[in-house]
Design a protein around this ligand. Structure first.
Ligand SMILES: Nc1ncnc2c1ncn2[C@@H]1O[C@H](COP(=O)(O)OP(=O)(O)OP(=O)(O)O)[C@@H](O)[C@H]1O
Ligand SMILES: [Mg+2]
Length: 266
């Protein structure tokens, strides 16, 4: 099971929106896909019209032998299941502190799911506490949406520095720009600067768009109501680029280990 986590220290950058659309595309490829709504806000669960509730909540998840299978929900889309959010996830940081191996607790609970799914897409909450440290341990790839502003880049640089300090070099980090508005000079300037000097950034971008924002009204991936739109194509391009990068990296590193994350100059 390959694990792709939608992560950023910052909130409101498009983690959930992207997770929902990439999970849909993964399932469309025929890959058995699970999307995990790890955010107590429960936005991914909302998009799939699933009640954000998990029996036993964080305590059950972090128990010695959690019973995960009954927590899984169908999304109504072929090949795509959901592990919903629960409001108790807001206590996850402190519950993790009480674990014998606080940074490996979430990895442990995913073990029984390994053979049932090809891809796990995780919608992470913002922040850089113990939940994030677990995500860095268990993910193959960290997909990082960034709004093209200097502050966003600064937050990204801090993340890279943190990962280098933690020696999390096996983690594949794939930043991309979301909510690009080409009418904004700052967006144009930041993207031009980054694309010219930092090949680690994905070339695929997602525009700022009312059609994407409408997911909140439609409560569904964009492909359900605007399959032929430019925005849907932008998500397809993003998913294809993620898969290509992941395949290239796996080929270059055997088991996909030891590839260095590349910090960007701010
Ligand atoms: N490309 C886009 N164009 C327009 N609106 C977008 C786009 N991507 C996301 N949004 C909107 O921006 C808001 C924040 O998006 P989203 O919830 O995906 O961010 P997030 O990083 O998951 O936030 P949080 O940190 O609170 O979980 C939402 O209202 C969403 O509809
Ligand atoms: Mg979110």
């Amino acid at each position: 099971m390959k694990i792709f986590s939608l992560y950023n220290i910052k909130g409101g950058v498009g983690k959930t929106t992207t997770a929902v659309n990439l999970a849909y595309l993964s399932a469309q490829d025929g890959a058995r896909t699970l999307i995990w709504d790890l955010d107590p806000q429960g936005s991914t669960s909302f998009y799939f019209c699933v009640k954000p509730e998990v029996k036993g909540g964080t305590k059950e998840l972090l128990s010695n032998h959690p019973d995960i299978k009954p927590m899984l929900r169908m999304t109504g889309f072929p090949n795509l299941d959901l592990l919903p959010a629960d409001i108790s996830y807001r206590h996850m940081e402190s519950e993790l502190e009480d674990q014998s191996k606080p940074m490996l607790a979430l990895q442990k609970l995913l073990k029984p799911l390994q053979k049932h799914y090809d891809h796990l897409i995780i919608d992470c909450p913002p922040g850089i506490g113990l939940v994030a440290e677990n995500i860095f341990q268990l993910s193959n790839t960290l997909v990082v949406p960034l709004i093209p502003t200097p502050l966003s880049l600064r937050a990204y640089n801090r993340l890279v520095q943190f990962l280098v300090k933690r020696r999390s070099n096996r983690l594949h980090v794939l930043p991309f720009f979301n909510m690009i508005n080409e009418h904004k000079p700052i967006h144009r300037a930041v993207t031009r600067n980054v694309f010219s000097g930092h090949p680690i950034f994905m070339q695929s971008i997602i525009p700022e768009s009312n059609l994407i924002e409408a997911m909140g009204i439609k409560r569904a991936p964009i492909f359900s109501y605007a399959r032929e739109s430019q925005e849907a194509t932008a998500y397809r391009n993003l998913w294809n680029e993620i898969k290509q990068r992941e395949a290239r990296r796996t080929a270059a590193t055997g088991k996909g280990k030891d590839l260095k994350t590349e910090p960007t100059a701010s």
